[in-house]
Design a protein around this ligand. Structure first.
Ligand SMILES: [Zn+2]
Ligand SMILES: [Zn+2]
Length: 341
């Protein structure tokens, strides 16, 4: 397991998710949403190295802590400042960027903030410069989007599914790339001498490279032949972040497919199931719907967060039990000490 997660915030306050993907060669740090006070438990040094902030949407309870995030990072120029979100994210973030007096930063030419909006068939990209006091929205070349995959690196992927919250929200699924290893017993059995060629076998396959030839000693193979004969793959770790959307039948079947085999799903638990009509009216989920989704998607673990403030602390355990009756491996975040309420 090499994706570490920490739900941020308490049960009666805003929540968010901090994630660290450890590839062995480096750590990718991601923040999902930024509610009020959520950064209080994130070490300052880690926050300085965050790789991206990914918004589900920008209702107040998901963006109210953005000033603290921005105050820490506004002038960072040693790595990209990247924000993801649904349509409208760039417009809303520009207001947040411009919500301060900027008169001392006109020479900081190299500080840019890049906002990526996920639309149905494209990623729209807008750049803002600190030196311009964030006044100009520079449109950059959009990226075409043919499926839900918005990030695909050598170590991990992120899918963003468009959901309905009476506005667009994004549900995120993060998966490590499969771990590729060479079966050394098969290398010996084929009479091959280990060498640098093994790195090409382990590299992530590119379209069309299976027919590329590779020479080992006096013999020549195709990459496809060697991969089929020698490569073993282990599925990587995976975590999903789901919050603030209507979980009707269509959304459920969409998610059941996308979540198959995910290790941990962090999911909102806004309403107990007796309040299903409220959940439907406000385009949220209930404990029971969430647990049914977890069961159908055959995930390993369900972590409930983002409870509605309409419930008293004495009702939280009953909400957890309601989910556990359907999907037993359900829990609240470790730091929520609700057993004593
Ligand atoms: Zn919310
Ligand atoms: Zn919302």
């Amino acid at each position: 397991m090499s994706i570490r997660i920490q739900v941020l915030g308490q049960p009666e306050s805003d929540n968010a998710l901090w994630m660290e993907i450890d590839s062995g060669q480096g750590i990718t740090r991601l923040l999902f949403d930024c509610g009020e006070g959520c950064l209080a438990t994130v070490p300052f040094g880690s926050l300085l190295e965050v790789d991206a902030l990914l918004f589900s949407h920008q209702h107040m309870d998901h963006i109210a802590g953005f000033d603290a995030f921005f105050r820490c990072l506004y002038s960072r120029n040693n790595r990209p400042n990247v924000i993801w979100g649904p349509p409208e994210t760039a417009r809303i973030l520009q207001h947040r960027f411009q919500g301060f007096l900027w008169n001392l930063h006109c020479e900081m030419e190299d500080v840019a903030w890049r906002v990526h909006e996920v639309h149905p068939s494209a990623i729209l990209r807008t750049r803002y410069q600190l030196a311009e006091a964030f006044a100009i929205a520079h449109s950059e070349e959009p990226l075409s989007l043919t499926n839900t995959r918005i990030i695909d690196t050598s170590t991990y992927t992120i899918d963003a599914l468009t959901m309905d919250h009476r506005t667009t929200t994004l549900a995120y699924i993060v998966r490590e790339q499969p771990k590729r290893n060479i079966a050394m017993d098969r290398v010996s059995a084929m009479g091959l001498r280990p060498g640098p060629w093994m790195q090409r076998i382990k590299a992530i396959p590119q379209d069309g490279d299976a027919s590329a030839e590779i020479s080992i000693g006096e013999r020549t193979f195709t990459l496809g032949e060697l991969r089929a004969a020698l490569l073993t793959e282990t599925i990587g770790d995976s975590v999903a972040y789901l919050t603030d959307f209507l979980l009707d039948d269509a959304a459920s079947s969409h998610l059941v497919n996308a979540l198959q085999g995910v290790r941990t799903v962090i999911c909102e638990s806004q309403y107990c199931h007796a309040d299903l009509s409220l959940a439907r009216a406000y385009f949220h989920m209930t404990t029971q719907l969430t647990a049914e989704l977890a069961k159908a998607a055959q995930i390993q673990e369900l972590v409930l967060f983002h409870l509605s403030r309409r419930y008293a602390p004495t009702e939280w355990l009953a909400m957890l039990d309601e989910a556990r009756a359907i999907f037993p491996n359900t829990r609240f975040p470790e730091h929520w000490d609700i057993s004593v309420v």
